[in-house]
Design a protein around this ligand. Structure first.
Ligand SMILES: [Ca+2]
Ligand SMILES: [Ca+2]
Length: 330
């Protein structure tokens, strides 16, 4: 718009003094609107101009001092010929995650306060994390507990519950503060480890003046069942890589797992085919071309293929590793 105005003035009004001068809008030209997306606050500023001869070269960045937020924009007016068309220019400021409270937002131009608006940020959950998930409270030393952490934008009285899918409360904790860390050992209130399954975590509470914050939910999975690895075959059981032959390692997984497959001879590692690869429930065929990790064809002999399978909750398939042999011919 401004370049159009510039062209018009140059062509139509030869020799006229054209310039951009600082401009300070009036309050009724400025519209301020606050909203939140999740826990992040935004402020949209819309300025209405009476013609095309205005520009905002810099919207400024928001500065927060206590409960006051200010932005300072640089706005220009063109002194040449312009089109008398109402134009709007807008910008949205990301105010970030604000502590609970009431805020005064002031829009300034060239250091002059133009318009202010107040808005409230209620207390709320900022983060709610459960990790590891799934976990396996079976006492084998791997992922036996899960850690639930949460943070709030104010000190709150919180309550955390573990519930069944049908809403029965199995375990609960409460406290006061702006963060929480709970290590759940998979036991209910009576100390009994809950059965495998998917449970609901419910985080609720209120700020210190009693105003409740929005309740948040998360799912957590208890899985103590080791994965089943079936139909483990190596086909063919002998092959000659110097002739371009390969062999295939086949297996079927009962659930999503991390898989490592390594090939050894006399205890020496020759080839890593998979290393902690995440694979979903399916049948797999992994090809070995008879080469080592450097790409050279391995010496003839009998090799051991070791397959380590662990599910996401840390349960290991038995045996660990699963072993098969294959003969390399030359
Ligand atoms: Ca475990
Ligand atoms: Ca499992």
């Amino acid at each position: 718009m401004s370049s159009l105005a510039f062209n018009i003035s140059n062509i139509v009004v030869m020799g006229r003094e054209d310039d951009w001068i600082p401009y300070v809008p009036s309050a009724d030209q400025v519209d301020l609107k606050h909203w939140r997306e999740d826990s992040t606050s935004f402020m949209k500023v819309v300025i209405t101009f009476s013609s095309t001869g205005y520009d905002v070269s810099d919207w400024g960045t928001s500065t927060v001092v206590g409960s006051s937020i200010a932005v300072n924009a640089e706005i220009w007016k063109y002194t040449g010929i312009v089109l008398p068309v109402v134009t709007k220019k807008s910008h949205t400021y990301d105010l970030g995650i604000l502590q609970a409270g009431e805020y005064l937002f002031t829009f300034k131009a060239w250091g002059f306060s133009i318009k202010s608006v107040t808005f409230k940020v209620p207390s709320m959950v900022i983060s709610f994390i459960v990790r590891p998930n799934p976990f396996s409270p079976n006492g084998d030393g791997r992922k036996d507990t899960t850690t639930i952490t949460a943070s709030f934008n104010a000190a709150v009285n919180w309550q955390l519950q573990v519930r069944t899918q049908t809403g029965m409360v199995l375990r609960s904790w409460m406290g006061t503060g702006s963060t929480l860390t709970i290590i759940w050992d998979g036991r209910d209130a009576l100390g009994v480890v809950v059965p495998d399954g998917v449970y609901k975590l419910r985080l609720s509470g209120s700020d210190l003046s009693g105003v409740p914050f929005k309740t948040r939910w998360k799912q957590v999975t208890v899985d103590t069942l080791p994965p089943a690895v079936t139909d483990v075959t190596v086909n063919p059981s002998s092959f000659n890589p110097t002739l371009g032959e390969t062999t295939r390692i086949n297996y079927t997984l009962s659930e999503s797992c991390y898989i490592s497959i390594k090939i050894y001879k006399s205890g020496i590692l020759y080839r890593t085919l998979l290393k902690n690869a995440l694979q979903t429930t399916a049948s797999y065929r992994i090809v070995w071309d008879g080469r080592d990790n450097e790409g050279s064809i391995v010496p003839a002999g009998t090799y051991r293929i070791k397959i380590w399978v662990v599910d996401i909750a840390g349960n290991r398939a038995s045996p660990y590793p699963i072993t098969r042999t294959v003969t390399v011919l030359s």
